[in-house]
Design a protein around this ligand. Structure first.
Ligand code: ATP
Length: 187
């Protein structure tokens, strides 16, 4: 199987995330995508919501995609986890399958600074989502996927919610409902 892996804080999950993993699923003819929410240390200065809320929103956003599943490995560790450890765990779980770790351009630019950056390529192929062919320097061992990008970030959504500006169109309806119900990101 060809398995996509998509990590992120998803604080909150938005249409840009859904578009990214769904377009990669189509573009690389993946068999499924595993979504891995990152643990955020409670000691780190907080701008967002709790692990439980982030997971609840993610569940609502991806429940209708039968090729997508959530893996709580990083949340379960209850400590900051490196992609290297997550990929080792997934490689053990899926020893005969190929892993494709999906990253946006922001993560590609800082890739060299990731823990065990040189060894990461032994565990997975890294797919960089490129917009308008703007990344000239993506070379093997990275896979560059030219695809459309939905221009939205969690930061933008959090900022808008603080000022009561419209965000409904940027996310799954149930995620929006959850944010309102739980009164997330209001301060
Ligand atoms: P924040 O604004 O809080 O930094 P974010 O919107 O960038 O959050 P993350 O959860 O940090 O979201 O991102 C998870 C992954 O999704 C990363 O690989 C990131 O590059 C990618 N990503 C985020 N937003 C988009 C988008 N609009 N289109 C494509 N990929 C995206």
């Amino acid at each position: 199987m060809k398995i996509g892996v998509f990590g992120g804080t998803f604080d909150p999950v938005h249409n840009g995330h859904i578009n990214a993993f769904a377009e990669t699923y189509i573009g690389l003819e993946l068999d499924k995508v595993i979504i891995v929410p990152t643990f955020i240390s409670p000691f780190k200065k907080k701008t967002g919501s709790t692990d439980r809320h982030r997971l609840n929103m993610l569940k609502r956003a991806v429940k209708n995609y039968d090729f997508a599943e959530i893996d709580t490995f990083e949340l379960d560790q209850q400590t900051v986890t490196y992609t290297f450890d997550t990929l080792k765990y997934l490689k053990e779980k899926y020893p005969d399958d190929e892993l494709y770790f999906i990253i946006g351009t922001d993560h590609f630019i800082t890739f060299d600074k990731w823990a065990n950056a040189d060894k990461l390529h032994d565990l997975a192929k890294f797919v960089v989502l490129d917009r308008n062919d703007e990344l000239y320097n993506v070379k093997a061992p990275f896979i560059k996927l030219n695809t459309n990008i939905v221009e939205v970030s969690s930061t933008l959504i959090r900022e808008r919610l603080k000022t009561n500006t419209e965000v409904r169109h940027l996310m799954h309806e149930e995620v929006y409902g959850y944010i309102k119900e739980q009164r997330l990101y209001e301060t």
